[in-house]
Design a protein around this ligand. Structure first.
Ligand code: SAH
Length: 494
């Protein structure tokens, strides 16, 4: 197993600085013993113009087999344990060696040349035999979005003497571009085992932390993130979910999306009164407050509270004794907190309101036991395939007595003069539903979780295309409530 890292330089910034960055002197060949064999580091070339460091892992196949003992295995696999590609191909073992031998470089630490370590340098990385489950195409998809100028992937023939036998499952990978050394190493550290897709050591829960640390700055919004986390964590579902949740929070916190629904906040010109027309957002808050009062709710969740306008309105009515705003965006919550002047609020008022960060696609114990939950203009911000997760977290796990859901009615879009035909109202809307589509979803949700559902129009109800916003009011049925209480009692008794 073998890989090389090369850089070029000038007399002022010699390429041999690579030795400092890797913490390995270019003049010496060094050997390190790792848990799977011996790792050698040496420099096939080292001049001011060009410097190449090579990492070679000499795997001890017998040690590998011994380490794997006790985990069972078919007797006919006995020979395969000794005769396989482990010693030759870059894989998870090389990744472990990389992390062991270049630990400081991976962490971006270099006391001798800190500014060199922090800056991109011209790099060329070559892995001559990379096992690639998923083929050359996947290798390109994985390294393509990571800032390299050139990602060259060549299939390695099964046997060069017999080209008709076709390609093996190995590729030769060459990466060229200007990147920070630490970033390049971190990519390899994660992606080598992902391509190998067969980890050779036990995947412990701290692998999630390793993944998050090494993935910092590039993994959260990588288009292949689900595949990367799944494979890196050896398809262990619980760990994958944990990692995905953390990465999703990172991604959303990084994206500056504040959801200023421009069309939504625009004045509603179709009201033909002489007074100042009422913005649709205000229509919506009024409808929500009325529905909450009608349901007799006191303790209320505002899920996806955004910048806190509804929380502010709820605070003005003393019957709402406990108000919890939840959002995934830290930036939105900061703005909400400023809007509410949380830091200057009297103790009594402040005691009624909490803002917390969380993602609605994951169950959260803190959300259980409330009278009502509001999802105002939130569901359309989720990818459709994440909607069942939100459904379960809200209706299956948090299970408030009342749930209010609002979402745009796409049929009404033709009435917005400023909206080009076929466009959604906001760049981050993943979908917008017709009235029939929304009803189909609400009916299924109600049935699955023991709620009844009623629909109300919000804004002017157009005879042809309906209202601009649709509101669904879900109420937990008595039998479901009884069952809930029984479960609570059982839990208390146990
Ligand atoms: N409820 C507010 C804001 C709607 S905008 C209103 O009616 O004006 C949608 C909000 O949902 C955004 O603040 C966004 O950050 C939040 N959001 C999107 N996906 C989320 C998720 N998975 N978990 C929690 N909040 C989410």
């Amino acid at each position: 197993m073998f890989l090389t890292i090369s850089t070029t330089g000038t007399p002022e910034r010699p390429a041999t600085d690579l030795g400092f960055l890797l913490h390995k002197h270019p003049d010496r060949a060094q050997a390190f013993s790792t848990s799977h064999g011996t790792a050698h580091v040496f420099y096939p070339e080292a001049s001011a113009e060009r410097c190449t460091a090579a990492l070679l892992l000499e795997v001890d196949p017998v040690a590998l087999v011994r380490r794997g003992k006790g985990r069972g295995g078919a007797p006919d696999a006995a020979l395969a344990q000794y005769v396989n590609d482990r010693p030759y191909a870059a894989s998870s073992l090389l990744s472990v060696a990389l992390a062991t031998v270049f630990k400081s470089a991976l962490g971006g630490v270099c006391r001798a040349l800190p500014e060199r370590a922090g800056a991109p340098l011209p790099l060329r990385i070559e892995v001559p035999a990379l096992p690639a489950r998923g083929g050359a195409e996947l290798v390109r998809k994985l390294f393509g979005p990571l800032g390299w100028e050139r990602v060259e992937v060549t299939e390695v023939a099964l046997d060069e003497q017999f080209p008709e036998w076709g390609a093996s499952r190995y590729v030769r990978l060459v990466l060229e571009g200007e990147l920070r050394l630490a970033d390049a190493l971190r990519q390899l550290y994660i992606l080598l085992p992902v391509l190998d897709d067969a980890k050779h050591y036990w995947v412990a829960p701290d692998e999630v932390d390793k993944l998050l640390r090494a993935g910092e700055g590039w993994l959260a919004d990588h288009p292949e993130r689900p595949l990367i986390t799944r494979r890196y964590l050896s398809h262990r579902w619980g760990l994958t979910r944990q990692a995905d949740q953390a990465l999703e929070l990172v991604r959303l916190a990084e994206s500056d999306d504040l959801d200023v629904d421009s069309v939504d906040n625009a004045v509603d010109e179709s009201t033909d009164t002489e007074e100042k027309p009422v913005p649709l957002a205000e229509h919506r808050r009024t409808a929500i407050l009325e529905a909450l009062r009608g349901a007799g709710a006191h303790r209320v969740l505002d899920l996806g509270c955004g910048q806190g306008q509804l929380v502010q309105a709820l605070l003005k009515d003393v019957r709402f004794t406990e108000i919890v705003g939840v959002d995934v965006s830290m930036r939105a919550l900061t703005i909400a907190s400023r809007r509410l002047k949380l830091d200057r609020m009297g103790e009594r008022q402040a005691g009624r309101v909490t803002l917390q960060q969380g993602s609605l696609t994951y169950t959260d114990k803190r959300l259980k036991g409330y009278d009502a939950a509001v999802l105002s203009e939130v569901i359309e911000h989720l990818d459709l395939d994440r909607l069942p997760a939100l459904e379960y977290a809200v209706f299956g796990s948090a299970r408030p007595g009342t749930v209010l859901v609002t979402t745009p009615n796409v049929e009404y879009n033709v009435r917005w003069e400023s909206l080009p035909a076929g466009h959604v109202r906001h760049g981050d809307h993943r979908f917008e539903w017709t009235r029939a589509e929304f009803r189909e979803w609400t009916a299924k949700v109600a049935e699955r979780h023991g709620y009844t559902v009623a629909h109300l129009p919000v804004g002017p109800d157009d005879p042809e295309v309906g209202p601009p916003t649709q509101l669904a009011v879900f109420t937990l049925t008595d039998t479901a409530t009884d069952k809930n209480n029984e479960k609570k009692k059982e839990a208390e008794a146990a």
